[in-house]
Design a protein around this ligand. Sequence first.
Ligand code: PLP
Length: 345
Amino acid sequence: MDWVDLRSDTVTAPTPEMREAMAAAEVGDDVFADDPTVNRLEAMAAERMGKQGAMFVPSGTMGNLAAVLSHCQRGDEVILGDQCHTFNYEAGGIAALGGVHPHPVKTLPNGQLPLDAIEAAVRSEDVHFPVSRLVCLENTHNRCGGAVLDETYTDSVGALARRHHLKLHLDGARLFNAAAALGVPASRLAAPADSVTFCLSKALCAPVGSVLCGEQDFIHRARRIRKQLGGGMRQAGILAAAGIVALEKMVDRLPEDHRRAKDLARRLSKIPHVTVEDPSPPSNMVYFRLSDDARLDGTGMEEVLARSRIKIHSVSARRIRLVLHYWVDDEGVVRTAEAIRSALA
Ligand SMILES: *Cc1c(COP(=O)(O)O)cnc(C)c1O
């Protein structure tokens, strides 16, 4: 019996087709912009995001960092959500490596930052204050249960940013999931953003890599920052080849993961001691809580499920996140729900 691994969509191993494409990839030295496979991936990514240019990076973390450092000078301020990935899970890189000052704003449960809170965070001209330079949004929103920001909201943040002469960066690690959930092109969601990152290595199954997209002069600056960060790679076409398969073959199937997330949430919501946070989850994540009188806490649940060859991730004492992806099928969903039911019985 195979493992069902629901800890994250980052656990997705490359598909056989990706491995073949990697083995056959035509390569060159990408630091000389000489790798035809990287160049092709970057052109595809730029087109998908509706931007002039794109840059392949080893990780989403580096993509966001390169974006912030390309938009901001030392001492500048970035307005971002207190629940977002960049503020919580990127090891403080924007401050540590860029001297960029984070200005966190309270995140609503639907992943949005209230417009008036963003507006209130914008600094006026005063020597006491840092200079406001950038706003960041996250779509889908990881800590908010895979919440989807729609184009109306994103457009209004874009308009607000422009009104205050700020740039807008979109952390779209799972932007294709948002696009699938809304039935709009990813480029529509990225339209008001000056820059956008998306991950190839999550639900799209590629082994490594993200892409940062933006206008030509921004990407030009970002290439120098990537070099500074040690992210200039050589025959990176081996990796980009999997990314091309990811864009061509894995985007259109994302609604399957969303359907399974809803199915799993529905099954879990019938189990005593389980409270599903959103019984109809918006994308590929299901968050649930174990009641205080449940037999197991999150860690206990991890251990018990591992005996049935199911891996899950407990994000805090009694809160668990399950993420659907390419390598979890309908049978895996049923097996997981049943294993959780019996573990709590
Ligand atoms: C995973 C993730 C990242 C970072 O990607 P890595 O490739 O793991 O560095 C950035 N933002 C969000 C919302 C993510 O989920």
